[in-house]
Design a protein around this ligand. Structure first.
Ligand code: XLS
Ligand code: NI
Ligand code: NI
Length: 439
């Protein structure tokens, strides 16, 4: 089925040329073999391409149709287009030097008229994707099932009030897990899609959450049974499409995982734009996940600060990326996760090369942020300040408090003895200016 057609003629393999390069089809900071923090950049990031944005979404929005001409989408046969799209995607990743990709079942293969036909469509594309992976060395970071686009999921998938919907969701998750295992995927993602609600008066939230917990336990058990050794990931998002999404933010999801006994198999996939949609910073969400030992992977993108929506811009905000990389480095890296560009070019970025430029911009932003974060970690004025801020807990009664050796009565009694504490400056402006001097 694979053709020799070139989908991006005139664009060659993108290489590192250094910060002074004016070539817009070259990396200025992402040097895949350069070692930072004990790993090459390639290993630190494990960058991934998101199939849905880069190869399925031609730029349509609620006000108009797509603007990009996809040369792999020209046949009347959707399966033929799906095979062509696979070739185009692997050509793109090979030229970019992107080592991983991520997909929803429906990105890879079209939904069929029956459950069986959908599964067969997916299987055919997965077989071909496996060959493409062997030819190129490109690997699957994660697979997932699209449980939100089809009208049947309008009231949710696992949380749908109608049991008749759940078997459909299960059939998709089962097929997507089979695909992920067949392709050697390192992770399997659940983004809540329409698992949420818009009106409490017609919703039994407790029942819906119990259903979601049970559904995820079933998926975990099935995955482990068929030999999936990777990590299951939940991707928090506070709203959109539902007004109230059940996986609101990292803290909410961590509580959920513990409530339903999922914390040993699941971790979190943190998306920058979802963090800001929840009125958190990207770094905050990463930190919450990391502190719970549940930081699994990252969806790298950037929200539009003026409206806060999930606009999924490519990440070019160096400051935000630097704060994120600081957390990632302090966590010891992203492990078997990666940095997936869950991002789209703007609707009016219509040149075929724009998708290259966008990924280069994102990879360079994170590479540069990694270099800066590495410098900041060695910046004693910041690191020592943060440690020393808590030094009163290192000895004496502070240590006794931390160790659980003081009760409230004893703690309260110390107030009489200590007198009014001296004010300790947080030195925020100083730290901000040190960070700026490292950029
Ligand atoms: C949507 C999500 C989605 C997940 C995969 O907002 O980011 O793209 O990453 O289902
Ligand atoms: Ni995402
Ligand atoms: Ni998103």
């Amino acid at each position: 089925m694979s053709t020799n057609k070139e989908y991006f003629p005139g664009i060659e393999r993108i290489f590192y040329q250094g910060p002074d390069s004016n070539d817009h089809l070259a990396f200025r900071y992402y040097d895949e073999n350069f070692v930072v923090g004990g790993k090459t950049m390639k290993e630190q990031f494990r960058f991934a391409m998101a199939y849905w944005h880069s190869f399925c979404n031609a730029g349509s929005d609620p006000f108009g149709s797509g603007t990009r001409h996809f040369t792999w989408n020209v046949s009347n046969d959707p399966m033929e287009n799906a095979f062509a799209k696979l070739d185009a995607a692997f050509e793109f990743m090979s030229k970019m030097g992107i080592p991983f990709y991520c997909f929803h079942d429906r990105d890879l293969a079209p939904e069929g008229a029956t459950v069986q036909e959908s599964a067969d469509n997916l299987k055919a594309l997965v077989d071909r994707a496996g060959e493409k992976q062997s030819e190129t060395g490109i690997r699957l970071l994660w697979g997932t099932a699209n449980l939100f686009s089809h009208p049947r999921y309008m009231n949710g998938a696992a949380t749908n009030p109608d049991f008749n919907v759940l078997p459909y969701a299960a059939s998709q998750v089962k097929a997507a897990l089979d695909a992920t295992v067949q392709l050697g995927g390192d992770n399997y993602v659940f983004w809540g899609g329409r698992e949420g609600y818009s009106f409490l008066m017609n919703t039994d939230m407790k029942k819906e959450l119990d259903h979601m917990g049970r559904f995820l336990q079933m998926a975990r058990d099935y995955g482990r049974k068929i030999g999936f050794e990777g990590t299951f990931l939940i991707e928090p998002k506070p709203m959109e499409p539902s007004l109230h999404q059940y996986d609101f933010d990292a803290a909410t999801v961590i509580g959920f995982l513990h409530q339903y006994g999922l914390e040993n198999d699941f971790k979190l996939n943190i998306e920058a734009n979802h963090a800001t949609l929840a009125n958190h910073s990207f770094a905050h969400e990463l930190r919450v996940a990391s502190d719970a030992n549940l930081l699994g992977s990252i969806d790298a993108n950037h929200g539009e600060p003026l409206n806060g929506w999930d606009t999924d811009n490519f990440p070019t905000n160096l400051y935000e990326a630097t704060e994120a990389m600081l957390v990632v480095l302090e966590s010891g890296g992203i492990g078997n996760g990666g940095f997936n560009f869950d991002a789209k070019t703007r609707r009016n970025s219509t040149d075929p090369e724009d998708i290259f430029i966008a990924h280069i911009a994102g990879m360079d932003t994170f590479a540069r942020a990694l270099l800066i974060a590495d410098k900041l970690l060695n910046e004693k004025r910041i690191m020592d300040f943060r440690n020393n801020r808590y030094q009163s807990f290192n000895t004496g009664n502070g240590l006794a408090f931390e160790n659980g050796d003081l009760n409230l009565n004893e703690l309260a009694a110390l107030a009489h003895q200590y007198g009014e504490p001296e004010l300790q400056s947080g030195k925020q402006e100083l730290i901000e200016s040190i960070i700026n001097s490292c950029i």
